[in-house]
Design a protein around this ligand. Sequence first.
Ligand SMILES: [Mg+2]
Length: 121
Amino acid sequence: MKSCLVVDDSKVIRKVARHILETMNFEVREAGDGREALDSCLASPPDVVLLDWNMPVMSGMDFLRALGDSGVTQRPKVVFCTTENGMAHIRAAIEAGADEYVMKPFDRETLESKLQIVGIA
Ligand SMILES: [Mg+2]
C-alpha cells in the first residue's frame, strides 16, 4: 500500500484529500503544519507528500528546505497545493524541491493524474 502524508492547516482540506486518497487505496497520514510534517517524514518517510503552501508554524516552502537539509534517506515525492496560478510562485516551489503542483480545489481525477506524473499512483 502506498502512503501519503497530507499537510494542510485546514482540517476540511485534509479530510477531502484523505477521502480521495483512500478511494485510491493510499494509507493516509495527516499533519497540520510543516513542522509536524517534517517530524512525520523523519520518523517514517511516506511515498508522497501532498503539501499546502501557506501554513502557520512552518510553511510549505520552509518544509521543503528543511526536508532537503534533513538528509532523509528516502526522500518522498512532493506535490504542492496552491491557490495561486503565478508561474513565478510555481517555479519557486519546484526550485525548492517540489516535484509537481496541483491547483486548489482539486478533484480525484486531477489529483490522480498529478500522482501518476510523479510516478506514485
Ligand atoms: Mg493553508
